[in-house]
Design a protein around this ligand. Structure first.
Ligand SMILES: [Zn+2]
Length: 82
């Protein structure tokens, strides 16, 4: 059992202590590689949810979709596809 979580980007060796119980994580280096508008979309969604404007079920599926996009963008940037 490990309490550390790895960055989603393949071959990235960064880990962090998984205090929040995340399923997946993107390290700060790769996070910065993601186009800004996508990161903003993600933070906007989270703040709307905190303000109670989005139902929990909707938030989960929206967040999932956005997260997949973020991950794909981080991986693409890391391997230089973009
Ligand atoms: Zn990484």
């Amino acid at each position: 059992m490990s309490d550390r979580i790895h960055c989603c980007v393949p071959h990235c060796r960064r880990t962090r202590k998984n205090v929040m119980g995340y399923a997946e994580w993107i390290c700060p280096i790769h996070w910065r590689e993601i186009p800004q508008h996508r990161r903003q979309e993600h933070s906007r969604l989270k703040s709307e949810f905190r303000r109670g404007r989005i139902a929990t079920e909707n938030f989960r599926s929206l967040e999932n979709t956005l997260w997949e996009n973020l991950k794909a963008a981080a991986v693409e940037a890391a391997v230089g596809i973009r």
